[in-house]
Ligand binder design. Structure first.
Ligand SMILES: Cc1cc2nc3c(=O)[nH]c(=O)nc-3n(C[C@H](O)[C@H](O)[C@H](O)COP(=O)(O)OP(=O)(O)OC[C@H]3O[C@@H](n4cnc5c(N)ncnc54)[C@H](O)[C@@H]3O)c2cc1C
Length: 567
């Protein structure tokens, strides 16, 4: 079973935090060894085997590929055994679920139509033609832009008049203000002080059923507001491994810069680890004003509990108004624990972050957090309530990294945190990360999935196609893989593309025998043209690519290579 919690996956980590027990997320395997459980879990760039230093622990389990069939004896045993069930009341969890939620959904809307062409191509010959044309012409970037920022937000005090309200959170709020602005113009009212009872009566008369008296009172109060609802810096919690920053940290720093500029505040990056201050220069060049470095030898490896303590401690001290984490396995575990500890609302897995006002509700400069919900069938825009900071995790590959500016100046603040060995909840037994070098900056990437069936097929078909494309296009071509292909042993982990692999953005991405799971597609969102070859007519990737051929890799790839050589 996958613990998806309405696909935000934040409740398990928050339960662990409430119970003060270890949390191990995205578990893919468990073994009882040397009188203890060892768990294998997914991490960015690979997998890791860990043991909890104390039990019980909260585990979340990644989707298991094969159904497990119960034995007869197992079924009988399961019938007799007593299973202890705990509800929220038993664990006295007061801040969990809808009741304890510190966020509110303010808008639900259908997802924007993908701008991918999703066109079926009848044969390999036609596909070869399309491939050559698309790489040569360098199509306009296709794909669905998740980050729905439309129009730069400007603080009310910078607007020509305080009566100007053009950045309201919902369409209804915006429509009402637009209607009111029109009436005020007609009545030649230019100052909020001119809106007395007589003026209000005239406004209501002209407004018809657009808004009623109470709404007008609230809107007039809204006109008087210019200070933001939240104060403080915009923060990013950095992720790193072996002294290298995760690409998502740069993307979030770029987004934080945009948000902070709108809110006229500074960007802070909070980075925890054993020896991390040396990464400050890169973070400042990427858009940070201040780097909060939390260094401690117990932070050498990512431990959810120790990192939670370090980051929550810094948030408590500096109180940023916005805190962004990457929606990586690490960020999706750390952010809920931190938010629970500092008692702030959290929206997970955002694809859009935007500043807007809810003037008539008395709120200026709110962070609107937009994320896919209900399996991507709807989009929800969410705001934080009853919190001192607004927290969100954002999908890697959606926000844009700024070009590095080595001339940017910033400062490093060393934040001290008290940690003892008891703050470390997990023993790390083994970490398996991809090694070797791959040129994911290549113009063309050809990836194979589990549908390649075996390592021989993967090697043979992918290599011949890569060399065929490279000869025909005169471009650099690299090969990649889905996580399932890596786990099947078809190829080394360093080639994995996706949420926990590498996010790529080539001119052309050819996906062969890949179903189109969200964790894979996140990693190719910035690709210009996506081509898919899959034997299943209903493969989900067909709805997320530009061109596709239905057929087996074994049939289509040799035909495509042939067609490319004669094209
Ligand atoms: C926390 C987390 C992180 C993850 N990170 C990543 C990540 O970074 N990258 C990633 O890729 N996945 C990731 N995953 C896994 C992801 O959810 C999917 O399980 C994975 O992408 C599936 O890989 P696949 O498409 O190769 O395999 P499958 O989903 O099994 O699809 C195989 C496809 O091959 C097709 N096929 C079968 N035979 C043939 C044939 N002969 N010719 C052509 N087509 C054929 C089938 O129709 C099917 O569509 C992650 C999962 C979790 C929980």
């Amino acid at each position: 079973m996958q613990s998806v919690d309405g696909d935000t996956a934040q409740v398990p980590a928050q339960i662990a935090e409430e119970l003060n027990v270890p949390c191990i997320a995205y578990v893919t395997g468990a073994e009882y060894q040397k009188k203890r459980f060892e768990f294998t879990r997914i991490i960015s760039g690979g997998s890791q085997t860990v043991a909890a230093k104390k039990l019980p622990a909260v585990l979340t389990v990644a989707k298991y590929e094969y159904p497990l069939f119960a034995t007869f004896a197992g079924t009988r045993w399961a019938n007799e055994v007593q299973v202890t069930r705990w509800g929220a009341d038993d664990i006295k969890a007061m801040h969990i679920g809808a009741k304890g939620s510190k966020t509110a959904v303010i808008r639900v809307f259908p997802p924007g139509k993908s701008t991918r062409k999703c066109r079926q191509v009848s044969d390999a010959k036609e596909l070869a033609k399309i491939i050559v044309e698309s790489v040569k012409s360098g199509d306009e970037k296709a794909g669905q832009s998740g980050d729905g920022a439309d129009g730069k937000y400007v603080m009310p005090s910078r607007r020509a008049s305080l009566l100007e309200r053009k950045n309201e959170a919902t369409k209804k709020e915006q429509d009402d203000y637009d209607a009111l602005a029109g009436i005020l113009r007609d009545l030649k009212i230019t100052d909020v002080k001119q809106i007395d009872d007589a003026a209000k009566a005239k406004i209501l008369e002209k407004a018809g059923d657009h808004f009623h008296a109470k709404a007008l009172d609230d809107m007039v109060e809204g006109f008087k507001l210019s200070d933001p609802a939240f104060q403080g810096e915009v923060w990013v919690v950095a992720e790193h491994s072996d002294g290298v920053l995760h690409p998502a940290t740069f993307e979030l720093t770029g987004k934080a810069r945009e948000l902070a500029d709108s809110l006229e505040t500074k960007v802070g990056v909070c980075i925890a680890g054993e020896n991390v201050a040396h990464m400050a220069e890169e973070l400042i060049a990427a858009g940070a004003d201040t780097v909060y470095a939390i260094e401690h030898k117990l932070l050498k490896e990512f431990d959810p509990t120790a990192y939670r303590k370090a980051v929550a401690d810094a948030i408590d001290k500096y109180v940023p108004q916005i805190v962004l984490c990457a929606a990586t396995p690490q960020g999706r575990m750390l952010a809920p624990m931190v938010s629970y500890r500092v008692q702030c609302g959290l929206t997970a897995d955002c694809t859009g972050l935007d500043i807007r006002d809810s003037s008539r509700k008395g709120d200026i400069g709110l962070l609107l957090q937009t994320r896919p919900a209900l399996g991507g069938n709807v989009m929800a825009t969410i705001r934080t309530k009853n919190s001192k900071s607004q927290m969100a995790t954002a999908r890697p590959g959606v926000m844009k990294r700024l070009p590095a500016d080595p001339k940017r100046k910033g400062k490093v603040v060393k934040h001290k945190v008290e940690l003892t060995a008891d703050d470390v909840s997990l023993e790390i037994i083994d970490t398996e990360l991809g090694s070797g070098s791959v040129n994911f900056g290549a113009e063309v990437i050809v990836s194979g999935g589990k549908g390649m069936q075996n390592r021989d097929n993967f090697d043979k078909l992918l290599k011949t196609l890569c060399s065929g494309l490279s000869t025909r296009l005169g471009a650099a071509v690299e090969f990649g893989a889905s996580r399932a292909a890596v786990e099947q042993g078809f190829v080394e982990r360093v080639h994995q593309v996706g949420q926990t692999g590498t996010a790529v953005g080539p001119k052309l991405y050819v996906a062969i025998g890949i179903s189109g799971a969200i964790q894979h597609m996140i990693g190719v969102a910035n690709t210009e043209t996506i081509v898919a070859i899959n034997s299943d007519h209903n493969a989900p990737i067909f709805k997320q690519c530009d061109y596709y051929v239905v057929g087996t890799a074994e049939d289509i790839v040799p035909q495509l290579v042939q067609a490319l050589s004669s094209e």
